[in-house]
Write a protein that binds this ligand. Structure first.
Ligand SMILES: Cc1ncc(COP(=O)(O)O)c(C=O)c1O
Length: 473
């Protein structure tokens, strides 16, 4: 009997202790600062592998600066793909967020709220459009614009039922939803996700002659031409001068909606409020996103006049979170910061300076840097694949990170440099100096040590248009 009691108490003690150990373990996991490597491993274990991040963990940020959990400081030359134009954790935007979060965060559009109408008035008057349709992510904004263009095509242009066409550009990037990838030239984004949506035609970006040919042949069924005024993900590709004006004229001539995806190029990124402003062109539909939420919450918006916007009626399109009061308050503050801090002018001026610095680096490494290009603080350095081999733009970004500069490659050969628009001249200089040092010191080392097994070009034939869209040498 005694030994049974003894066994029972021993068992209870073990259970108690193992509970304590378990809860202590949980407590220590929660309270101990986690190391970067631990967090990277954890994400790899528990999250889908749909990204290939540069291995740095953001733990804190202010303006252009980032700190990792170990307290190391970096300069941000990506700005979350231009979603942080105003700088990280801008005090006015964070204040708007906190004040609104304490009062009201969500009504849904089943009811009115006291923030969205104010924001809608603010946004439409700032950009000179009659109406806005609010959404959340950029891809949702693009989906909305596509649906709007189709609806307008059937109602106003009298395109026969289910025959509406959207024309988009080779090399475009408009997001990740099914309708949006149905226009993509990136095989990685499309393969294995078929069947893609019909009703899309492709044209070369910057090719006004090709565009007119398509408009002439199929114009009676084309509802809209969707394009980025500067292609971001394709590598900051700037169209020839006069292209935006030509697009405007052709869209007017053939009664086709000019739909500008300004999700990345808009809101001061290129040195103007919209990149279309560079040619003083007014699209029929403008899509905004990213920096509209000030890097704090996702906010996207489609702008158009009543003639187009009112083709969508109650119940035909929407989003639970679109136009929510929290996002509206944050977006209104984000716009005020862009206006009050004259970020468009700042971007234009600093961009010139930055390209000047980058051109100097190019002069020192003419065989490695093929081109420096950009507008405002929307810039890219295109590297020469052959002279870089076997090193990739990703490897260059890893070395930049080791030197405190955070940038992200696009394709194998392009390093995109799009810092927050508040970045100082000295900080920009740190970025170009780091690029210089990587090319001078790290590149020869990497070329010696990296196995030379990868073929020198990784260009691929596009499933959609059959061309080598990113052929680069
Ligand atoms: C031009 C453009 N359109 C749309 C999107 C999609 O935005 P989101 O990632 O918020 O869906 C992006 C994102 O990079 C973009 O650059």
């Amino acid at each position: 009997m005694a030994s049974k009691r003894h066994l029972q108490s021993l068992f209870n003690r073990i259970c108690r202790e193992s509970r304590i150990i378990r809860s202590f373990g949980a407590l220590s996991e929660k309270t101990m600062p986690s190391s970067s490597q631990h967090l990277i491993n954890l994400e790899y274990e528990c999250s889908a592998h749909n990204y290939h991040p540069v291995p740095i963990v953001f733990s804190q940020a202010k303006g252009s600066s980032i700190w990792d959990p170990e307290g190391n400081k970096y300069l941000d030359f990506l700005s979350a793909y231009s979603a942080v134009n105003q700088g990280h954790c801008h005090p006015k935007i964070v204040k708007a967020l906190l004040e609104q979060a304490e009062r009201l965060t969500l009504s849904s559009r089943a009811f009115y709220n006291d923030r969205f109408p104010i924001f809608a008035e603010h946004l439409t008057s700032m950009f000179g459009y009659e109406m806005v349709l609010p959404m959340n992510t950029g891809a949702e904004g693009v989906e909305t614009a596509l649906k709007l263009a189709r609806k307008w095509g059937y109602e106003k242009k009298k395109i026969p039922k289910d025959e509406a066409i959207i024309v988009s550009c080779c090399g475009c990037f408009h997001g990740r939803t099914l309708a949006v990838i149905s226009m993509s030239c990136d095989n990685e984004a499309t393969r294995g996700f078929g069947p893609l949506l019909p009703g899309h035609l492709k044209v070369d970006f910057g090719d006004e002659v090709g565009l007119e040919k398509i408009f002439k042949e199929k114009g009676d069924r084309i509802a809209g031409f969707l394009f980025e005024p500067i292609q971001g993900e394709a590598g900051v590709i700037i169209p020839p001068d006069g292209y935006l004006k030509a697009v405007r004229d052709l869209c007017s001539k053939y009664n086709i909606l000019m739909v500008a995806d300004e999700i990345q190029t808009g809101l001061a990124r290129t040195g103007r409020m919209l990149a279309c402003d560079w040619e003083e062109v007014r699209p029929d539909v403008v899509i905004l996103g990213k920096a509209l939420g000030g890097g704090v919450v996702p906010v996207s918006a489609v702008l158009a006049d009543k003639d187009v916007m009112l083709c969508i009626r109650p119940g035909e399109h929407g989003s639970t979170f679109g136009g929510n009061p929290l996002a509206s308050a944050v977006a209104a503050a984000s716009l005020e910061v862009i206006r009050d801090e004259r970020l468009a002018e700042r971007s234009a001026k600093m961009g010139e300076e930055f390209r000047h610095q980058l051109h100097k680096v190019q002069q020192q490494f003419p065989n490695v840097i093929k081109e420096v290009r950009g507008k405002g603080l929307f810039n890219a350095v295109e590297l020469n694949t052959k002279n870089l081999f076997p090193v990739s733009a990703y490897d260059i970004c890893i070395k930049l990170k080791e030197r405190g500069i955070l940038a992200k490659p696009t394709h194998d050969t392009i390093v995109r440099l799009t810092p927050p628009l508040c970045m100082s001249l000295e900080e920009l200089q740190e970025g170009s100096k780091a690029l210089h040092d990587v090319l001078q010191i790290d590149l020869p080392e990497m070329q010696k040590s990296k196995p030379k097994t990868v073929p020198p070009t990784t260009s691929d034939v596009c499933d959609r248009c059959g061309r080598n869209s990113y052929d680069s040498s």
